[in-house]
Design a protein around this ligand. Sequence first.
Ligand code: ADP
Length: 538
Amino acid sequence: MSNLQNFDLLSVGITVAAIGILGFAIFFDNRKSVTNKTFLGFSLITILYGVFNYINYQTASPELILWFLRLTIFWAVWHAFSFFQLFYVFPEEKINFPPYYKYFILPLTALASILTLTPWVFSRIEQVVMGGVSNPVRGPVIIVFGATVVLLAGSGIFFLIKKTWQAEGKLRSQLRLILLGATSTFSLIIVFNFILPVIFNQLRFIPLAPVFFFPLIIATAYAIFRHGLLNMKVVTVDILTFLLVVSILFEVLISSSTAEIFFRTIIFILLLTFGILLSKSIRREIKQREALQILTEELEVANEELRKLDQAKSEFISIASHQLRSPLTVIRGYIAMFSEGTFGAITEQARDALGRVSFSAEQLIKLVASLLNLSRIESGKIKYDFTKGDFVKLVKGIVEEFIPYARDKGVELHMEDYADGSIPLLFDSDKIREVVVNLIDNAIKYSPKGKISVSLSKNASILLLVKDSGIGIAKEDIRKLFAKFSRSTDAQKVDPNGMGIGLYFVKRVVEDHGGKVWADSEGVGNGSTFTVELPIKS
Ligand code: ADP
């Protein structure tokens, strides 16, 4: 093999490998896009065309040369066709082909390509030129071949120019780049495949067709990539694969024995396959990551909307409860006045009825208070007024207030004596009062009978324990109790009117005082203990 031929083989080999890698890289980048599919077709046909174009002068047999030449122009027809299609579809993902594509272009291409295999186009080889291109004897039908190729290539160029003309922005610069690539390719072809052979009878460069097509292919690949995802990781892998494949190809070329050629060719094919697969898998990973990112963004939007909705709901609750509070206070006031006989003596029956009205009004007031607390927490508007006070006195007072209510319910409520007498504390007494009220109220509510004991202790911190012998809490419910609107199924049976806001408020207030609150229970039916731990601040 002469050095010149070695050079030809190397340059054809390198460009063929590069075209193959680019073709598959673009294809795997977006397998559904008709542009990407057509590009793969165009790349593969360029390779086939290039390979037959190259090997036709590697043999001395006129028969083989004739067939290689026929196959060269057979693929040349399809090459022109895929060129036309590429620029007909570029850069769309989906396209409806017009009827003339199905009923004229495709049949014409098929017919012209089949005719190239007949003696009417190339009839025989008269003289074999070794190491050069043998000139075949042309038949009359060569005109069909010529006309079809000119028509297809011309239409492709027409679409390319038209699209470049009409395009705007990024697409326009991409199309311009392709146009530049196409111009380079056609200039090379005109110079090396037409001017040099026809005018100067210099046929040596004809076998280098894939090299001439490279500018067009690389510009188009770049434009398609830019249209989709061009990622540095993928490009790096592609370049590395390319370099590896080229170096192995070089090894093949300098092989000295058939065994070596065989072995290295296998490595070449393996490397090419793995390179393409690797590049494909990285692309898939990038796509997944992109999909994930889109999902995250969508989720963020949905979250934001939920937040707004939540805020609207809080505002609604706040407005509604404020509006409810004043009339309720008025109702409570008048009930008290009626019961006290301010408007005249009332019968026992009426007093009884008033008692029930009063009870319902109290329930409503509690509910409104809970809603107000909730809306304060939600809007971040809980205001604290920290003052010094005696914690023992506060708790004792509340227990005493609740004793008659507990007795009415058949529950015994009592407070264990606190030995040290008082616990001075810096706290918001109204809010902490609500905390203790909530816990004792719950203990009575959720204890159909039995005992409730309230106790205080002070060591490193202050502990308030509210222990009841009521319905208890299932293990799986304990963690959830302090969340908003959280209620156990048993609690719903005992008190269907609860809202599940009380403990949410308790937790918030205790934590805002730097403390902790938690619940313990031996399980359903075995009572519960609620503990509040507050730091000593006085
Ligand atoms: P509500 O009492 O309106 O349901 P809370 O926030 O005060 O709302 O209580 C939340 C839930 O915690 C109750 O529904 C109940 O399941 C449980 N719970 C609270 N206190 C007790 C208790 N002393 N014994 C058993 N369960 C309780």
